[in-house]
Write a protein that binds this ligand. Structure first.
Ligand code: UD1
Ligand code: CA
Length: 476
């Protein structure tokens, strides 16, 4: 096999995105477009990838240098193209880094959905000694380079839209922007490019006519799926490709047996904060209702049900757990775990370091952060548990909170097994409620409560007999 060197054109400005972010760093499924393209290089088993940067070069390089190890084991280089004088000029910048024994595969940093099989077929068509073009038929080919063939159907060249005659503009087969070409041939052709055309640019596509002239076979690998070669130029196109990508994810989950209420209403994204890849790992009989967003790595055990409108990031949810609608779970770096058979939500919020045991119940408007809840513990309404260790079968009353932060430091609250915390309690950490203890509703607890004891800390109730409320005087 000829070694593969990938060239990724990423110098363009992306004016129509109307964004300060370089176009190839716009995110699809939470991942920069350029990283999707680098993944393709990794899937091909490329020897190297050379990214041609220009607009926002420093930013693109900084955001991508670290992605190399995630993408694969190839050698990643950057070259700068300043100014941008066309696609041929872009590739010329990479030539000094190309080795003659390889096949160069030209990709665009803004074309994220090309499938590995397609690229493999293109490389196979190039076969180490031919120029292979990836082409596609478009019902509206406006703006694209047209594939000009002779009477026998052999490819003669590519004519850019702006340079094309009316007859050529009627051709619907277009160049995708992706080619595979032996590096030693590419080097020679690039040296012969001129910018004598409608746009005054050095067109990479002019090498096709040179190949024909040099009697090097030109082959077109023609595909029908336009999405695979679709580029991102505008926010609308970005959203369209996002939906197409998400639908692919949904289909592949459904093929594994996951039941999605609507495959068009599921999102799986990389976690941009931690760089963790989007991965949804599901056991058997998982059901996911509409409008759920999964970020980073999320594991759902057998029989897990996820209600509508849940956002779940970096979490492990064990078998049989039910996550009711509108629940927000974000494990971020620490992760969050939900035990088997637990019931969470609706409207619950689990934050980093929430570790819930089996059959734990977390109800509406309950927030749990950096806390462990042992098997069978319950906090069903309107409560906060932060930096707490909660024992088995604890019942944590409505409106109760752990006061875990003194303005400078976080402190732990320990609630031992079988404790009952009444409603509207403030547990001022550090504090321990001993096993089997009870805290009376409305208490502000600042001292440890011994095991089995009742802790009450609130004003004593006073009743004044025959109390007359102030009454309004009738208007004169
Ligand atoms: C190019 C092809 C056209 C093809 C189309 C597919 C040429 C001359 N034309 O069109 O046949 O149908 O792609 O989308 O190649 N870029 C640089 N430096 C430059 C110019 C472009 O890095 O100087 C990058 C852009 O950022 C982009 C890619 O090259 O990623 C393609 O450029 P773009 O302007 O979108 O393509 P066209 O030249 O219009
Ligand atoms: Ca252009």
């Amino acid at each position: 096999m000829t070694p593969l060197d990938i060239l990724i054109m990423a110098a363009g400005k992306g004016t129509r995105m109307k964004s300060r972010i370089p176009k190839v760093l716009q995110r699809l499924a939470g991942r920069p477009l350029l990283h999707h393209v680098l993944d393709q290089a990794a899937h091909l088993g490329a020897r190297s990838a050379i990214v041609i940067t220009g607009h926002g070069a420093a930013e693109v390089e900084a955001a991508t240098a670290g992605a190399e190890s995630a993408a694969g084991t190839f050698d990643l280089k950057f070259v700068r193209q300043e100014p941008q004088l066309g696609t041929g000029h872009a590739v010329q910048q990479a030539v000094p880094h190309l080795r003659d024994d390889g096949t160069a595969v030209v990709l665009s940093g803004d074309v994220p959905l090309t499938q590995a099989d397609t690229l493999r077929a293109l490389v196979a068509a190039s076969a180490g000694d031919r120029l292979a073009l990836l082409t596609v038929d478009l019902s509206d080919p406006t703006g694209y380079g047209r594939i000009v063939r002779d009477a026998q159907g052999a490819v003669q060249g590519i004519v850019e839209h702006k340079d094309a005659t009316d007859a050529q503009r009627a051709i619907t087969e277009v160049y995708s922007g992706i080619m595979a070409v032996p590096a030693r041939l590419l080097r020679g052709w690039l040296a012969r490019l001129t910018n004598d055309n409608a746009q005054g640019e050095y067109y990479l596509t002019d090498i096709v006519a040179m190949a024909v002239q040099d009697a090097v076979p030109v082959v077109a690998h023609r595909i029908t799926d336009a999405l695979q070669v679709a580029g991102v130029n505008s926010p609308l196109q970005l959203a369209e490709l996002e939906r197409a990508h998400q639908l692919r994810t949904a289909r592949s989950l459904m093929e594994q047996g996951v039941r999605l209420a609507d495959p068009a209403r599921l999102d799986l994204r990389d976690d941009a904060r931690t760089g963790v890849r989007g991965a949804l790992v599901c056991g058997q009989d998982v059901e996911i209702d509409v409008n759920c967003v999964f970020t980073g790595r999320v594991e759902l055990g057998e029989g897990v049900h996820i209600g509508a409108n849940c956002c779940i990031a970096n979490a492990r949810i064990a078998a049989g757990a039910v996550i009711h609608p509108f629940t927000h779970i974000d494990g971020e770096k620490l992760g969050a775990t939900v035990g088997a058979g637990a019931l969470i939500g609706p409207f619950a919020r689990l934050r980093p370091g929430a570790q819930l045991g089996r059959e734990v119940h977390i109800g509406n408007f309950v927030e749990v952060k950096n806390s462990t809840l042992a098997d069978g513990a319950k906090a069903n309404h309107l409560a906060y548990l932060g930096d707490a260790t909660v024992g088995e079968r604890v019942n944590y009353g409505a409106g109760s909170i752990t006061a875990n932060y003194d303005g400078a430091n976080k402190h732990r609250t320990v609630i031992e097994a079988d404790v009952h915390i009444g409603s509207n309690c403030v547990l001022v950490a550090p504090v321990t409620i001993g096993a089997g203890g009870t805290v009376g509703g409305g208490s502000t607890i600042t001292k440890d409560v011994p095991p089995g004891a009742l802790g009450v800390a609130r004003g004593k109730q006073v009743s004044k007999e025959n109390w007359h409320r102030p009454a309004k005087q009738p208007k004169a």
